[in-house]
Design a protein around this ligand. Sequence first.
Ligand SMILES: *Cc1c(COP(=O)(O)O)cnc(C)c1O
Length: 402
Amino acid sequence: MQKKPLISASERLSKLPPYLFAELDRQKKAARKRGLDLIDFGIGDPDMPTPDAIVKAGQDAVADPANHRYPNGAGCDSFREASRRWMKSQFGVECETAAVIGSKEGIAHIPMVFCNRGDLVLVPNPGYPVYRAAAILADAIPVDLPLLSENGFLPDLESIPPAVLREAKVMFLNYPNNPTGAVLTLEQMTGMVEFARKNNLLIVSDNSYSHIRFDGEQPMSFLQVPGAEDVVLEFHSLSKTFNMTGWRVGFVAGGAHLVNTFMGAKENIDSGAFTAVQKAAEFAMEMPHGLFNERMEVYRERRDILVEGLKNLNWDVFDSPGTFYVWVKLPRGADSMVFSRKMINHAGIVITPGSGFGTWGEGYIRFALTIPSARIHQAVGRLEQMELHKGRLLKWLKKTGD
Ligand SMILES: *Cc1c(COP(=O)(O)O)cnc(C)c1O
């Protein structure tokens, strides 16, 4: 019999959704052990390194003893100034900013700061799992905002019941969107800000993919909308924009009242991001930005190879204008987890099942474009060789063992 542990976890913790990818991780390990060459579209982490000049700026800052002491919680003055200049140069926005230890950290602390027990938090489904977890860990209650293909993967705010709206305090939004790749127009953002003002709702905009879009549009910010400063906090991240996921640095932007409220609470939790890392981030934001164009060309080439390859097989690809993800609809009746498992074991291709992003992600899979073009060609070649065009997928699923 299993011995009952002397110390148990909080009830809160038991409400977190189970980690769905554990089984896939096991399958991946086992497949590698069998010698299978896995092409891994699973990981949303840029494969290209941090640009040399940023690394050098970071190295110099690490060597400076002035940066070895406790950082300023809200970020050093020069970082805050650089991030405010960035908001101005990239989006034409004047606002307050403060440093966070990666936007994930900032997002995870939002409900704790703004919600009382039992307040409702609107979370996109499918969506980045941290929004839901953050609400649960603060004893708030996550409520789904379904992102449906018929709405272009935008939330239908008018369909939220009035009773829910009355109790809702925070609405997480993430455009360009992970996992679907959808983006917003300024007009759509304006409508959402008006909605938030009318309903006393804090919009928390996760803008970590601001600079990864293929539609030729300028990067956008919710803070461009007049009146947004009263109801929007926006997270910006160096992670995806500058290939700096490991450095753990980003910032929160918005009106002074909201930013200061947030940082005032955070002072009780951590002591800020390593100053040397902030210095590297500062340098990144002040660099000439030819970098974006070069890197976007790499993502665009990868995206075109995959999207074209899948379309030739008649797969249902969402032609996403942003992020480095490709979101694909499976034929009706296919289970995304089962599909993903069989893709590992029979095609050596790793993808992420849509159900990992929430119930409304079921029936979809996500490819991350964080591997070289040659590998993407190879993956498409494997699918072609297996003659896995859309019309045959269900049959293949049925007749193929695990
Ligand atoms: C990658 C990612 C983040 C994480 O950003 P960090 O700044 O590295 O913490 C946040 N939101 C979404 C939707 C992401 O995909």
